[in-house]
Each structure stands twice: as structure tokens, then as C-alpha cells.
Write a protein that binds this ligand. Structure first.
Ligand SMILES: *Cc1c(COP(=O)(O)O)cnc(C)c1O
Length: 392
């Protein structure tokens, strides 16, 4: 028997719902760390590194303080600096470009594909110069970039491939997991990521033992052994409380990923049942890809996106924009000389996309409310004529 039920609202993300399901497992491991009073690095971090390496299928994993540092450390480990260039997408979180800039190197942007929002491999080659040292493909929203052509280009030009896998732990490309698709990979454990800690944290994976050792050294002020400093590194240690929490959560990750994929399927069914699937561009999953849906981002063509968000906000439905300003238009990168119009796909994605609530615990009733609210907006305000035409 169908019961009419309308939720009071739907948050964009609900970490409390997840915490309630694992509280009994988390509390004892946190207590253990407290009793040990060993807070920085140590055995919990070592175990997490081994477990993440195994999870991804990589030979080495090096814990660090954030996803940002997980990008910066491999770049420092190839001695990237002034005069060097690194190719990446302008349609990403700031850290991707910021970490390149931090080394003294120059970020060089390449536009995205309009359907996956990932870097367009067909446009990379034209951006390569004698100064290019690396490519950073971003696995945006939880789907890997098209890695085969990217790796082929990188091999031909002798470039490092650094995966920005911050949003993509567990994602796979042609059967291999993110974390094994490039020279090195960066993961973030920021709370909103699919494997989120109780604070900041990050991890680098690589199959290259020399690179792994150098990254581990740069992480602790270039020190090896104690108080012998071979180079000036960072303090980017991971702490034991984060590692203990993440080890518990890692055991649930595949179930949570499956639940996210179910949520994505249900969104697709709901959009189709309202006849909206042609008006609203839904996320695609490329053949051979395993998408882990850190975000479920839809696209409404034209200029109605912000009005739609307001309509959703009025119904207490949380949405987000990832990301409203592409990196080439950020004030801090003005000296790179880019201008509006340089990357039209990134610019229109920044104007037209909106991320809907997604998390493993999201209920069907909540999803119905989200899609029903969008349907109402699109009927009443945005495209009434379109719907009339269709009905005729
Ligand atoms: C979250 C994120 C980062 C940075 O991770 P932090 O842990 O917040 O430093 C880098 N790149 C992308 C694409 C991200 O989503």
C-alpha cells in the first residue's frame, strides 16, 4: 500500500546517518588510540597504508596530511619547479591546480569532455611543450578519466601521469582500480569523500619503489634517518586517529559504493518516469568504467540552474555546484593569461551543472522528493511550452 510521504528536506550530504551505522565499531578503536597516546603516524597508519595499497592493487601507499599534499608530494618527488609545466583540467577542485603552482611550475589547462566532465584526451597533445613534465587527469565525481589515450600520450612524451583520485577511491577503468592507472595517484580522506575521515587526511599510491621512498621522505621534512635532512620537505604526516577511523570505514567501502550506485540508478529511473531524462543531462558511465558516484551531477541547459537551486533550497533540498568558477578564471591564476572563452566546455559546465544529494543512506522517498521538486520547477517555471508541445 503506497503511503504519501514527503520528507522535511534532504541535505546534500548526511554524514550523521552513516556515523550512526558504525558508531559501535568506531568507538573502541578511537579509545585504543587514546589509551596508546600515540597520535602521529605509528602502527595504525602503517596498517592503513598496507590496506589501501591492497585495496587499490598498488605496490606502495604513503599516508599524508591531505589530498592536496597527496598531489603535491609526487610533484615534489620528481623535482618539479620553475620552468616546468603540468597539464590538467580547469574543471576541478582548486587543489589540483594549486599543487602544481606550489612547486613553482606552471599549470597548463586542457578542456573537458562535455559528458564525463573529465579532461579530453584528444586535446592534450596540442598543449604539450618541451617544458611539460606531467599530466594530472582528475577522476571527477567518481568516474576515471579516459586513461588509455592519456597513458599513451604520456609514454610517448616521457611524462609522469598523476591521477587525482580524490573523488574516486574504488573506481575502476577496464578492470583496474584508480590508484594503479598512472605513475602515482592522490587520494583524499576529507569527510565528504567516499572514504572520509574525521578530519583531513590523504594517501599517495604508486608501483614505483624509488618514487615511494622519496615521497615518504619528503613527507617528514626530507628526513632519513632521524635528524638527517637530505632535502627540504613538508610536515605532511597522517595521524593515528584518522587511520584508525579510516580502517574501520574501509571495511564498509564496497557496500557503500554499491549503495551509491543504487542511488544513481534510482535517480535515472525517477528522471525517466517524469519524462525529464531528455531535458536534464544525467551522468553517464562509460563502457569499461566503474563509477563510484562521489557526486551525482546533472545538467540543465541555458541559464536556469541558479533559479532551480533556489527552488530546491526553498524545499530544504541541499544542492552544490562543483565547480562554479573554472581554474583558468580564478583571480590567483590571472598571471597565466587565460581568459573567458578559452575552455568553453568547462565554462558551460560551470554554468549549467548542479550536484544532487547522494550518499549511501539516501532513501527512495527522499529521492522522489528531490526529482519531484525538480519536475515541478521545470514544468511550472522553466519549460512550460516544451511540456505542452510534448503533450500535443
Ligand atoms: C578533495 C579534492 C582534493 C583535495 O583533497 P583535500 O583532502 O581536501 O586536500 C583534490 N582534488 C579533488 C578533485 C578533490 O575533490
Amino acid at each position: 500500500m503506497a503511503v504519501a510521504y514527503e520528507p522535511m528536506g534532504v541535505p546534500a550530504l548526511n554524514l550523521r546517518a552513516q556515523y550512526r551505522t558504525i558508531r559501535d565499531e568506531i568507538e573502541p578503536v578511537v579509545r585504543e588510540v587514546l589509551e596508546s597516546q600515540g597520535f602521529v603516524m605509528g602502527p595504525e597508519v602503517g596498517s592503513l597504508e598496507a590496506e589501501i595499497a591492497e585495496y587499490c592493487g598498488a605496490s606502495h601507499a604513503i599516508g599524508c596530511a591531505s589530498g592536496t599534499d597527496a598531489l603535491l608530494l609526487p610533484l615534489m618527488a620528481i623535482d618539479l619547479g620553475a620552468g616546468d609545466e603540468v597539464i590538467t583540467s580547469p574543471y576541478t577542485f582548486f587543489a589540483t591546480g594549486g599543487s602544481i603552482w606550489r612547486t613553482g611550475a606552471k599549470p597548463v589547462f586542457v578542456d573537458i569532455e562535455p559528458d564525463t566532465y573529465n579532461i579530453d584526451p584528444a586535446k592534450i597533445e596540442a598543449a604539450i611543450t618541451p617544458a611539460t613534465r606531467a599530466i594530472i587527469p582528475v577522476h571527477l565525481y567518481g568516474q576515471t578519466a579516459d586513461m588509455a589515450p592519456i597513458r599513451e600520450i604520456a609514454e610517448r612524451h616521457g611524462l609522469m601521469v598523476l591521477e587525482d583520485a580524490a573523488q574516486a577511491i574504488g573506481a575502476a577503468y577496464q578492470g583496474a582500480r584508480a590508484g594503479t592507472l598512472g605513475t602515482a595517484s592522490a587520494f583524499s580522506f576529507y569527510p565528504s569523500k567516499n572514504l572520509g575521515g574525521f578530519g583531513d587526511g590523504g594517501m599517495v599510491t604508486t608501483d614505483d619503489p624509488v618514487l615511494a621512498r622519496r615521497i615518504a621522505r619528503i613527507r617528514v621534512h626530507g628526513m632519513e634517518p632521524k635528524y638527517h635532512h637530505h632535502e627540504v620537505g613538508l610536515n605532511s604526516r597522517l595521524d593515528a586517529l584518522q587511520a584508525a577511523v579510516l580502517r574501520v570505514k574501509l571495511r564498509h567501502l564496497d557496500d557503500w559504493t554499491a549503495a551509491r550506485r543504487d542511488v544513481a540508478d534510482r535517480y535515472r529511473d525517477l528522471f525517466a518516469s517524469h519524462g525529464l531524462d531528455e531535458m536534464v543531462q544525467l551522468p553517464i558511465e562509460r563502457p569499461g568504467n566503474f563509477h563510484v558516484y562521489n557526486q551525482f551531477v546533472v545538467r540543465v541547459p541555458g541559464t536556469i540552474r541558479d533559479e532551480l537551486r533556489q527552488h530546491m533550497m526553498d524545499r530544504k533540498i541541499g544542492t552544490e555546484i562543483y565547480y562554479p568558477i573554472p581554474l583558468h578564471l580564478q583571480p590567483c591564476f590571472a598571471s597565466l593569461g587565460y581568459k573567458y572563452g578559452d575552455f568553453p566546455q568547462s565554462e558551460s559546465a560551470a554554468r549549467e551543472t548542479v550536484a544532487l544529494p547522494i550518499y549511501p543512506e539516501l532513501s527512495e522517498a527522499e529521492q522522489r522528493f528531490v526529482v519531484g521538486s525538480m519536475n515541478q520547477f521545470l514544468h511550472d517555471r522553466a519549460y512550460p511550452s516544451l511540456f505542452t508541445d510534448r503533450a500535443a
